[in-house]
Design a protein around this ligand. Structure first.
Ligand code: KIV
Ligand code: NA
Length: 276
């Protein structure tokens, strides 16, 4: 399939065609995602937790993100890739936000960037958009600022909080974002926003709208530290891997591996090799 453009995502929204996307952080996972035919890939700063082993996304750096985006681009050359801006790459000023957003395109050939926040990052979204870069907003549960919310908590579950999420959604569109991701809010709030906005609205743990995102390490059953309520498991890859490693260990200890089929055979006379 030809690589998508922003117009394809607009058309999919108009025609009610669902967008199915996952995160990926490296060449291998990206190549599996492209083979499977996902509509797009997020190189999320969730890499901080599921790849780098931090207990939040806060320590992730621009260099981490660029390096992983490059690997994902090599693994998925024909898929729409969203580069996720890490903590402190856009919070300080519009100018820093534009420079860092630009790095994702110049160095890693992503198709757009994503950043967290609604009204309070509206000027960042405007500045990056004015630099000619497609921006996806991200509201609801925003992991980089989750300490202000008291942890990884769903948003919009009471009417005041729901109205705050809706104001953020409107601000993101108004600021020029081409799409919006909503995380961990009730479906009623998401539905309201998806009807109200012209841009595509995608969900992670926020119910039906224009498309669904899941973190690959959750949906594949790889990440063991924590699984969010919304993360349906489509496989149990961690147990496949641990079992394979265990079998390998046992075969090495008992001498079953390596057997003859895994050995290089000599091409000359056996006798010559006896006086090596
Ligand atoms: O980093 C990430 O994977 C994300 C999703 C949780 C939305 O931003
Ligand atoms: Na993220």
């Amino acid at each position: 399939m030809a690589k998508r453009t922003v117009l394809d995502f607009m058309r999919m929204k108009r025609q009610g065609e669902q967008v199915a996307w996952v995160t990926a952080y490296d060449y291998l996972m990206a190549s599996y995602a492209e083979q499977a035919g996902v509509d797009m890939i997020l190189v999320g700063d969730s890499m901080g937790m599921v790849i780098l082993g931090y207990d939040s996304t806060v320590p992730v750096t621009m260099d981490d993100c660029i390096s992983h985006c490059k690997a994902v681009r090599r693994g998925a050359p024909n898929t729409w890739i969203v580069g996720d801006m890490p903590f402190l790459s856009y919070q300080a000023s519009d100018e820093e936000a534009v420079r860092n957003a630009g790095r994702f395109l110049k160095e890693a050939q992503v198709d757009c960037i994503k950043l967290e926040g609604g009204r309070r990052v509206a000027s960042r979204i405007r500045a990056i958009t004015d630099a000619g870069i497609l921006v996806m907003g991200h509201i609801g549960l925003t992991p980089q600022s989750s300490s202000q919310l008291g942890g990884f908590k769903a948003r919009g579950r009471d009417i005041d909080s729901a109205r705050e999420v809706i104001k953020d959604a409107l601000a993101v569109q108004e600021a020029g974002a081409y799409a919006l991701l909503i995380e961990a809010v009730p479906p009623q709030v998401t539905q309201f926003i998806a009807k109200k906005l012209d841009i595509p609205v995608y969900s992670i743990g926020a119910g039906p709208c224009d498309g669904q995102l899941l973190i690959c390490a959750d949906m594949l059953g790889m990440y063991q530290a924590f699984t969010p309520k919304f993360a349906k498991k489509y496989a149990n890859v961690s147990s496949v891997i641990v079992n394979a490693f265990q079998q390998y260990i046992s075969e090495v200890k008992t001498g079953i591996f390596p057997s003859d089929e895994y050995l290089y055979h000599i091409k000359d006379n056996e006798e010559d090799f006896e006086k090596l």
